[in-house]
Write a protein that binds this ligand. Structure first.
Ligand SMILES: C[S@@+](CC[C@H](N)C(=O)[O-])C[C@H]1O[C@@H](n2cnc3c(N)ncnc32)[C@H](O)[C@@H]1O
Length: 274
């Protein structure tokens, strides 16, 4: 039996409050399929019982788990390759010149899912920028999902996942076999600091970044949440830093202090300073 309309609305409210993700009516079917496993792990027969349990409790970790279970984690290595090409040809050479005295570079992948995006950046640096060997290079990877953060820390991928976008010679150079899976070599894993972070709640004053990847996540938020997140990202980005959004994402309707700039075959967004 389908979920009753008040239960559907209640779940959507919980999800929006906890993760900012807006579930549209054509995605209602996902509530049942994604939340049944959560109900089962709680020893509950079905999603209806899960809703009753959620209603019974004040805001709890169970509410967070429900929100996390509804996130879309689609990602791949070298996804929409143009930003990585632009980093190689333009952005990293420029930043290496600008940061020559501090010898430090920091990159943040907000909403990094299972880690293919930060690992792509780490491989790019190792393959093309030997001169960064003595630098303090930090790649912070964050996501709202505990499971995705753990996957990034482990750097462990199935054959199917590595077949999606990772060229075979790079797989051999940077990964080692672990049974039927492939694990990023320790030197690659050490480059990435993976942490849980919810973009919709104010985050602690983390250091400022030279490059922020915030790709394919704003689509899940409403306009107010998008503007708040981007205003905070602005504060977390150095004045000469670079922001990358997903291929189909734009800031056109949002009143946020960034300007669009072409770089190589892609576009990025640069912070406007007062
Ligand atoms: C479609 S994936 C994008 C992954 C990667 N950036 C890419 O473009 O391939 C979206 C990710 O956003 C995360 N996410 C959704 N809501 C979030 C929130 N409020 N805070 C942080 N991450 C969130 C999801 O858990 C998911 O892993």
């Amino acid at each position: 039996m389908p979920l009753a309309a008040p239960d559907v609305e209640y779940l959507k409210t919980v999800i929006a409050e906890r993760s900012g993700n807006v579930i549209s009516s054509n995605q209602d079917y996902l509530l049942e399929s994604r939340l049944s496993p959560v109900a089962k792990t709680m020893g509950l027969d079905n999603v209806e019982k899960l809703v009753a349990e959620l209603r019974r409790r004040p805001a709890s970790q169970l509410h967070d788990r429900v929100a996390e279970a509804m996130t879309i984690n689609e990602t791949s290595f070298f996804r929409d390759i143009a930003p990585f090409d632009a980093m190689r040809t333009d952005i990293l050479p420029e930043l290496i010149r600008r940061r020559a005295s501090s010898k430090s570079l920091s990159i943040w992948c907000g909403a990094s899912s299972s880690g293919q995006e930060p690992y792509t950046i780490a491989m790019l640096i190792r393959e093309h920028f030997n001169e960064l060997a003595g630098w303090n290079v930090r790649i912070l990877a964050t996501d709202i999902s505990d499971e995705m953060v753990k996957r990034t820390q482990d750097g462990l991928y199935s054959q199917f996942e590595v077949n999606r976008g990772l060229p075979a010679p790079m797989l051999i150079r940077h990964f080692e076999r672990k049974g039927t899976q492939w694990q990023a070599k320790p030197e690659l894993r050490r480059m990435i600091d993976a942490k849980k972070l919810n973009l919709t709640t104010p985050w602690p004053a983390i250091a400022q970044f030279d490059i922020v990847f915030l790709r394919n996540v704003l689509i899940y938020f409403d306009t107010t949440a998008k503007s708040k997140i981007l205003t905070r990202i602005h504060k977390s980005l150095r004045p000469d830093g670079y922001l990358f959004l997903g291929g189909g994402e734009t800031l056109i309707t949002l009143n946020v202090p960034f300007v669009r700039e072409s770089v190589g075959k892609t576009v990025c967004f640069r912070p406007v300073t007062a």
